[in-house]
Design a protein around this ligand. Structure first.
Ligand code: SF4
Length: 556
């Protein structure tokens, strides 16, 4: 538990006396007061519940869709399996199956709390699901309680035009207003997540075709969305006009029948696992329709929403969220992360001292591995002796349900996830590469752990600028108050703030990548006024956020 954070919370609550309660009791008090004030946040809940909270930034859902497959449920299972990093709370699949007796497509579904492998542990369920098309979702809640099974996606409903199922990645920024309006009109919501608003809006449309109903619905929503929809016997995929979240189109040819299947996924790693081929991205503002005609003609059709003034691809997808083996926003994540490392090396002011052992570059696994490789390569080009070493080992089996009986300290939580390789750290100057610092508590504990190996120095290099603002577009960020930078934002200048952060984390030096370095690392999109959202670093929010909240459980 971050004592500075507790102090700052106490200050906000007007409590100035030293705490006479145990940490756990204090947490519970803070938790209840925060809840009353509408500041409840999942990470605070997890801390209060004594659950591990290693991934201080958590990605926010993965979506997958397939059309014209002999095995849509299996394809979706494997797609979701490779998108597991985007959400671990729950998973679900809805299948479109043609019912010969009723002579129409009916939906079948299976959903549950937990990892994909836990939710779909019974192989026989795939025989029952059958079908020719499917959509799937990995959930990490950014609106709606993480514990409520009614929030597990895809959501399905039947309405006058048939059946509709939807899976969504992102956050709507006008969901409060829309929900209020719809509720006043008598609409009953089953879930507390913002996603359900879209099918309700579509169902109220006077248009006949689901594609046009969805078009009308999307004209009314604002914010970040990459969605996949099953509408009777059609698969529809759409991306918001700003293009916040990635969404890619792929295809696969059945080796036995030669039949073509189309696939849509948040990241291309979901294509690789089922040996599908990447075709292109779903463009910002595009609503893509895939049906049997599109398969026959090998040509899905598209509608486009009115364009936004600028684009706002989430730059953090490149920094941390997406898998390095994926292509997102048309470019390789691996390549961008190497660029981040290279630019960090160019900006680094670490000097190799004559007679000192070469610099040992260690990454915080796994998300910083690629940036560390880029850093070493560029350092060598600059004739600064450096070598990459696996100095930190991550235990991949620490899962969502990991418990630490009897011990609730952050120390054991960090030790459960990481361990040091003493031999490669001892007596050496270390450059530790991490992708970001959010609250700073994990970084602080990691440094304490690395110090046990007795390196000559620890120089922490971050492959992104300081995080100064929360995300309202579908990433589970803490509130502004919980960010490490907020702890020192009363200081006069940035240098002083970095120095305070360095002291707090306990490293010999601290270097963040500059904003320019970040922008130089990502691909440029020509003829665009703005291509990326950088709001968590810059405070420049592409879409107005006055009516949004970080209280994801507002409607629970
Ligand atoms: S605020 Fe940050 S995390 Fe959120 S969409 Fe923008 S860049 Fe991505």
């Amino acid at each position: 538990m971050n004592s500075q954070f507790l102090l700052s919370c106490k200050k906000q609550l007007g409590e100035t006396k030293p705490c006479e309660h145990g940490e756990e009791e204090l947490l519970q008090r803070l938790f209840s007061i925060y809840r009353l004030n509408g500041y409840v946040h999942s990470s605070l809940c997890r801390s209060a519940a004594g659950l591990p909270n290693f991934n201080v930034l958590l990605p926010m859902c993965g979506v997958f869709g397939v059309f014209n497959s002999k095995t849509p449920a299996e394809d979706t299972f494997y797609g979701l399996y490779s998108l597991q990093h985007r959400g671990q709370e729950a998973a679900g699949i809805v299948v479109a199956d043609y019912n010969k007796v009723k002579k129409k497509t009916l939906f079948k579904q299976h959903k549950g709390m937990g990892l994909v492998s836990e939710v779909f542990r019974d192989e026989t369920m795939f025989d029952n699901l059958g079908g020719y098309a499917a959509i799937g979702h990995n959930r990490y809640s950014t609106t709606g309680s993480s514990k409520s099974i009614s929030n597990i996606q895809p959501f399905s409903l039947t309405y006058r035009s048939g059946s509709l199922a939807i899976a969504h990645n992102g956050n709507l920024t006008n969901s409060r207003a829309l929900r209020r309006e719809l509720t006043e009109l008598g609409v009953i919501f089953q879930a507390s997540s913002d996603t359900e608003i879209i099918p309700h809006l579509a169902a109220r449309s006077r248009e006949k075709e689901p594609l046009h109903q969805i078009y009308e619905a999307l004209l009314q929503v604002q914010g970040a969305y990459s969605i996949v929809i099953l509408a009777n016997n059609q698969l529809i995929a759409a991306r918001d006009p700003y293009g916040f979240r990635p969404l890619a189109l792929g295809k696969k040819v059945d080796p036995l029948t030669g039949e073509l299947a189309y696939i849509v996924a948040s990241e291309t790693c979901a294509f690789d696992i089922i040996q599908a081929e990447y075709i292109r991205d779903i463009e910002p503002g595009e609503i893509l329709l895939i049906d049997h005609l599109a398969v026959t003609n090998e040509k899905p059709t598209s509608l486009f929403l009115p364009p936004s003034k600028r684009k706002a691809r989430c730059i953090f997808e490149y920094v941390y969220f997406a898998r390095p083996d994926s292509y997102i926003f048309k470019y390789s994540v691996d390549k961008v992360r190497r660029n981040l490392g290279k630019n960090l090396a160019r900006e680094s002011n670490i000097v190799h001292q004559p007679g000192e052992k070469e610099l040992t570059v260690v990454s915080v696994p796994d998300s910083s591995n690629t940036a560390a490789l880029g850093f070493v390569r560029e350092s060598l080009k600059m004739e600064r002796p450096a070598r990459f070493e696996h100095g930190l080992i991550r235990n991949h089996y620490v899962g969502r349900t990991f418990i630490q009986p009897g011990i609730h300290s952050r120390d054991i939580k960090v030790r459960s996830k990481y361990n040091i390789v003493r031999g490669v750290l001892q007596g050496r100057p270390i450059i530790l590469i991490d992708d970001s610092i959010v609250r700073g508590t994990t970084a602080k504990m990691l440094i304490k752990l690395i110090r046990e190996a007795d390196p000559t120095s620890i120089n922490l290099h971050i492959s992104s600028p300081p995080i100064t603002n929360p995300c309202f577009y579908g990433m589970d960020f803490p509130t502004k108050r919980q960010l490490l930078t907020h702890m020192f934002d009363n200081l006069d200048n940035d240098m002083e703030e970095i120095e305070k952060i360095r002291e707090y984390i306990g490293v010999d030096s601290l270097k963040y990548l500059s904003m320019q370095g970040l922008m130089n690392s990502v691909p440029a999109f020509e003829h665009e006024e703005g291509s990326y959202c950088t709001a968590c670093f810059s405070g420049d929010y592409p879409i107005q956020v006055s009516d949004v909240t970080t209280d994801k459980e507002e409607y629970d």
